[in-house]
Design a binder for this molecule. Structure first.
Ligand code: HDE
Length: 728
């Protein structure tokens, strides 16, 4: 044996000299500004990370500066058993780079998942906006979307109760437009100066960094109890919107009022919405909690797998347009981000479609380095005077300069616009572009006074002309002062199961609060919204409400709207079933015919069947043929699926009936209000409940029944209300 240990020869087979010459194919960033812009503009329509993609296939392993490495397994040492030598530059470079792999995570929204896609408008919106990407239904605009939770750290679980972030970067030909929104249409505070306090309160408590990814703790509810303006968004977070089934099955909202400006300079107020083609679905609370352990990456995996399977997530862009002179007609202020504009008053007009059709090539380079900012707007879109939006315009690029290390993060592949970039900003850390012009200022004669301004008529950005007047003062507008009418509208618009869940969620969260005074203060706020709500939570917490609290006058309608079905997740009972996942429990002896019928019927409906067995090897069917299981019962609990099927087969049924994991699979699905189908003698596995979601019969009957039940999402009649919530 040679002096050193052999390296892993299969993996490290040395390259021939000829191939080795090609070793440095990890293309360095383009050097000339114009070349970079041109190559990006001309290449695929992707938001072009493609120009920066590096494939190692067939290439030699090198240092960062291109020296080919012959041994990547052993440090340079003095003798076989001696200490390592300082001169081992291969080790020093490798370790130093590794030591600095992590960058600061986002202060909030640290946990997230991204995807590439395209956006296309249905028709020209020139009547409202001159934004180029909203003119031509033939034009496809590349997008990158990052979904996130707010509270937890980068490694926190996906299915905690929290608001979901929804940031979309449109790479338009006129520059990047970032729509940085959430899955709720309102926010917790009205003024940006309160944001650090709010975030400190909701983040894990400072002394022990508990709890992870959730708001069920004293400091959050202490803050809420003292800040009635938080209540509306808190109601949304305590509803099933706080535990979505999938990023593909939730709505998105820009929250703030923005402006759209057309070529004539006319501006209108607008609120942005995303509506998912897959319909709205949420988890049930117990399921969400189990998932944090069984699959902490549940949403990330769901998004990734859907795109890999060709079930491209789709969302329609919706606009609520409000003529500027009609804004004052509402009995709330549309600049107030804690208020929504009921769809019953201003319908959402669906104007375009976004399709997410490509997973990132590299999580860090794309999803982690993506930098969104509400200040990134394009001609045709402008801000409103919403005091929360105004603060966001500063905060995002400020935090990104810290997080991504300096001012040049816009040159990172994921953040670069697809249009040319020319200006006199220079230098700074990690500058990629080599500006070769003689002049780095303007006006200049040395470079012919290039780059030059573009007049608004030719596409240059000009801020919307807004009449502004007033005395500078630190004062909240009286039009922001009412805090209970909107939470009440939200409450009254919920279906019964949703109301039960809201009561349950408040009860759970406040149950984790140690200080009684905080619980009582929150209950007092709830008494301003609705006495049933307050009574339900109070009784779960074992707190007596006072007569005054129970009979307190509650606010009236919001601009005449008492209930709005669009605020409910479940008011519409039927929804899309495509891309859902159904488990089929099988063991040796399972009916081949039934398996075939169930799988093919599900697949025809776009539903994905997964065969689970006592082990993940092949299962022998009753006709002697085998089928490969997709997984075993113990590693694949029913929380990972939307419904469960148990095919017949005498021998198979006997094995399943004796298998604790299989029985648990069925029992949990039943507890989580999912549809379950049992073919023939597999009926003996059925839980002792009788409702529309327990389907028995032939393979054909069970397949049809299950698809119908899936469209209804959950079997709400099966839900056993908590006793005290029931009393409410
Ligand atoms: Fe953010 N927010 N935010 N936020 N926010 C950040 O920017 C901030 C607010 C939202 O996937 C940070 O790059 C302030 C509302 C999303 O990368 C930071 C205020 C809404 C994301 C920041 C708000 C959001 C962020 C942290 C009050 C919904 C994740 C890291 C004035 C409309 C974007 C970063 C991504 C991220 C500041 C309020 C959504 C600190 C100051 C309202 C989806 O800059």
């Amino acid at each position: 044996m040679s002096e050193k240990e052999p390296s892993n020869t299969m993996l490290n087979a040395p390259l021939s000299d000829g191939r080795g010459e090609e070793h440095n194919h990890a293309d360095p960033a383009p050097c000339r500004q114009s070349e970079a812009a041109d190559s990006i503009r001309d290449s695929a329509k992707l938001a072009d990370t493609a120009a920066f993609r590096s494939y190692a296939d067939g290439h030699a392993l090198t240092t960062d500066l291109g020296v080919r490495i012959s041994d990547n397994q052993n440090t340079l040492r003095a003798g076989q058993r001696g200490p390592s030598l300082m001169q081992d530059f291969l080790f020093l470079e490798k370790m130093a780079h590794f030591d600095q792999e992590r960058i600061p995570e986002r202060v909030v929204h640290a946990r997230g998942s991204g995807a590439h896609g395209v956006f296309r408008v249905y028709r020209s919106l020139s009547e409202w906006t001159k934004a180029g990407f909203l003119q031509d239904p033939e034009e496809e605009t590349p997008v990158f979307v990052r979904f996130s939770t707010v509270q937890g750290f980068r490694g926190s679980p996906d299915t905690v109760r929290d608001i979901r972030g929804w940031a979309t970067k449109f790479y338009t030909k006129e520059g990047n437009f970032d729509l940085v929104g959430n899955n709720t249409p309102v926010f917790f505070i009205q003024d940006a100066i309160k944001f650090p306090d709010f975030v400190h309160a909701v983040k894990p408590e400072p002394r022990n960094e508990i709890p992870q990814g959730q708001s069920a703790h004293d400091s959050f509810w202490d803050y809420v109890s003292l800040q009635p303006e938080t209540l509306h968004n808190v109601m949304w977070a305590m509803s099933d919107r706080g535990i979505p089934r999938s990023y593909r099955m939730m709505e998105g909202f820009g929250i703030h009022t923005y402006r759209l400006v057309n070529a004539r300079g006319e501006s209108r107020f607008v609120r942005f919405h995303w509506k998912p083609a897959a319909g709205l679905r949420s988890l049930v609370w117990d399921e969400a909690q189990l998932l944090t352990g069984r699959d902490p990456d549940f949403h990330r995996r769901d998004l990734w797998e859907a795109i890999e399977a060709g079930d491209y997530p789709e969302y329609e862009l919706g606009l609520q347009i409000i003529p500027e002179d009609e804004a004052a007609l509402f009995d709330f202020d549309i600049l107030d981000p804690t208020k929504l504009i009921p769809e019953a008053l201003v319908p959402v007009q669906l104007v375009g479609r976004m399709t997410l059709n490509r997973n990132p090539d590299n999580f860090f380079a794309e999803t982690e380095q993506a930098a969104f900012c509400p200040a990134n707007i394009v001609p045709g879109i402008d801000f409103s005077e919403d005091p929360l939006l105004q603060g966001r315009i500063f905060s995002y690029s400020d935090t990104q300069r810290h997080r991504l290390g300096g001012p040049n993060f816009t040159e990172l592949p994921i953040n670069r616009p697809i249009c040319p970039v020319h200006n006199h900003r220079r230098d700074g850390q990690h500058r990629l572009r080599i500006d070769a012009d003689e002049a780095n200022y303007e006006p200049n004669t040395l470079s012919g006074n290039w780059p030059r301004e573009t007049p608004p008529a030719a596409g240059g950005f000009s801020s919307c002309a807004v009449r502004l007047e007033g005395v500078s003062q630190r004062l909240r507008s009286p039009s922001f002062a009412e805090h209970y009418a909107h939470p009440r509208l939200f409450w009254l618009s919920q279906t019964e199961p949703e109301k039960r869940h809201i009561i349950g969620a408040f009860s759970f969260e406040l149950g984790k609060v140690r200080r009684t005074a905080i619980r009582e203060r929150v209950l007092d706020l709830l008494a301003n919204v609705d006495s049933d709500l307050a009574r339900g939570v109070a009784s779960n917490l074992g707190i007596e409400l006072t007569e005054e609290q129970l009979s307190r006058p509650v606010p009236g309608a919001v601009s005449g709207v008492v209930e709005d079905a669009s605020l409910s997740l479940y008011a519409r009972s039927e929804r899309e079933v495509r891309s859902l996942r159904v488990s089929l429990l099988a063991a040796d002896g399972v009916s081949a015919r039934t398996l075939k019928i169930l799988c093919s019927r599900l697949r025809r409906a776009g539903v994905h069947p997964a065969i689970l067995a006592p082990h993940s090897g092949p299962v022998t069917m009753d006709d002697g043929r085998t089928v490969q299981a997709d997984g075993d019962f113990s590693g694949n609990p029913s929380v990972l699926f939307d419904a469960v099927l148990v095919p017949d087969g005498e021998k198979s049924t006997a094995v399943l009936a004796a298998d604790a994991d299989a029985r648990e699979h069925v029992a949990l699905a039943c507890r989580h209000l999912k549809a379950l189908g049992f073919v023939g003698e597999a009926e003996c596995m059925a839980p002792a409940v009788d409702d529309d979601g327990i389907i028995r019969g032939t393979a054909e009957e069970v397949a049809e029944g299950l698809l119908k039940a899936l469209a209804k999402h959950r079997i709400w009649t099966r839900e056993r209300p908590r006793t005290s919530a029931a009393r409410a």
